[in-house]
Design a protein around this ligand. Structure first.
Ligand code: RB5
Length: 150
């Protein structure tokens, strides 16, 4: 797999998983950019972290973003407000594979209160290695306002 630049972010609920995901991505030779809070932080605001990571991806400072909160839901809602961001909240590897191949998702979100850490690592690996199929799937993305940028 080609080396990627990945922006990772987490709130207090996802910080421990973020550390594991950074270590795993680095072990695969990817470059990582760390956003959000460190493990042990008592409170933080996921929309602010999501906006930072989404901006890094939208401005092409990163190839992909990975966002972890308690459920992955808030991060996905917030990231998808940014033009050009296609964030997918995934709880299994098959969803992550389709999120890439059919939806060209450029941000993966996961919930640390929903899935185990080993599964989160497997989901991230599946997401990062799967190519977009293009074709009719690209045409469909063009029908979603803001999905392909402004
Ligand atoms: C924080 O308690 C929690 O609401 C947040 O991590 C996330 O799950 C929001 O969607």
């Amino acid at each position: 797999m080609a080396s990627l630049r990945i922006a990772l972010g987490a709130d207090h609920a996802g910080a421990a998983y973020k550390t594991l995901l950074i270590q795993d991505a680095n072990a695969f030779g990817h470059e990582t950019i760390d956003h959000g809070v460190a493990p042990g932080t008592e409170r933080s605001e996921y929309p602010l972290v999501a906006a930072e990571v989404a901006a890094a991806v939208a401005r092409k400072k990163a190839d992909f973003g990975i966002l972890i909160c308690g459920t992955g839901i808030g991060m996905a809602i917030a990231a998808n407000k940014v033009q050009g961001i296609r964030a997918a909240n995934c709880g299994n590897e098959l969803s992550a594979t389709y999120a890439r191949s059919h939806n060209d998702a450029n941000v993966l979100t996961m919930g640390a209160r929903i899935i185990g850490s080993d599964l989160a690592l497997a989901i991230a690996r599946a997401f990062l290695k799967e190519p977009f199929q293009g074709g009719r799937h690209l045409e469909r993305l063009g029908l979603i306002p803001g999905a392909l940028g402004s």
